[in-house]
Design a protein around this ligand. Structure first.
Ligand code: PXP
Length: 243
């Protein structure tokens, strides 16, 4: 099981002040030191968090692989083709959403055309591709027909349910993962996974890779707070002591 750490929300914090900290590129170094198998970033069309500069620097500095999430839109797909990360995951994008709300729609020819075009361009430059989809048979079969190398199963619905409903969602993810693997695709999963809910998803043997972001960034803010305050208090103490 590979853990890809999504560092988008380190960039969200930086963009809240439009300054240069915290730098997601530095965060990636520490994520790798902590054991991340790869780094995920979502270059949104509105550039609300991750910037082009972040991806360019990550491409130069990361010791692991970069999984770049983009919409199936020509501007960001062309950037991905130029940067050639280890993997590109195509995701749906809506300007007004807070986060990616569902998997790619792959039911109509209008929905399929941009995804097909993006996959073709990425295959031309030799980038591994993954499609972020809801854990349903139709979406997995459509992803196979489109020629994607992998699927990332959306775990948002799982994360939003409790009790018996959650067990149903685990079964749905498990069925989708085994179908994907049977059809010869690599299966990833992610979205909304936390320290509390990740266990049952991590236990599905066909899932090879998890993408986890918000919960890890949130945890690092909390666990890093004590040391960060101590450091600032020490600077204040020294300043008053004239050192
Ligand atoms: N996978 C995909 C395709 C995503 O778009 C996101 C969120 O950007 C994630 C995984 C990670 O979700 P979370 O931040 O909730 O862990």
């Amino acid at each position: 099981m590979r853990l890809y750490v999504n560092i988008d929300h380190v960039a969200t914090l930086r963009e809240a002040r439009r300054t240069d900290e915290p730098d997601p590129v530095r965060a990636a170094v520490f994520a790798e030191l902590g054991g991340a198998d790869g780094i995920t970033v979502h270059l949104r069309e509105d550039r609300r968090h991750v910037q082009d500069r972040d991806v360019r620097l990550l491409m130069e500095t990361a010791r692991t692989g970069i999984n770049l999430e983009v919409a199936a839109a020509s501007e960001v797909v062309e950037l991905a083709c130029a940067w050639r990360p280890l993997q590109v995951t195509l995701v749906p994008e809506k300007r007004e959403e807070v986060t990616t709300e569902g998997g790619l729609g792959l039911a109509t020819s209008d929905q399929l055309a941009p995804v097909r075009a993006a996959l073709k361009r990425l295959a031309e430059v030799g980038v591994r591709t993954s499609l972020f989809i809801d854990p349903y048979e139709d979406a997995i079969r459509a992803s196979l027909d489109l020629g994607a190398d992998a699927v990332e199963l959306h775990t948002g619905e799982y994360a939003n349910t409790r009790g018996a409903e959650r067990l149903e969602q685990v079964a749905r993810l498990s069925d989708a993962a085994s179908l994907g693997q049977k059809l010869g695709m690599t299966v990833h999963a992610g979205h909304g996974l936390t320290y509390e809910n990740v266990g049952p998803v991590a236990g599905i043997p066909e899932i090879e890779e998890l993408n986890i972001g918000h919960s890890i960034v949130s945890r690092s803010v909390i666990t890093g707070m004590e040391a960060a305050v101590r450091e600032m208090a020490e600077i204040l103490r020294r300043a008053r002591a004239g050192r």
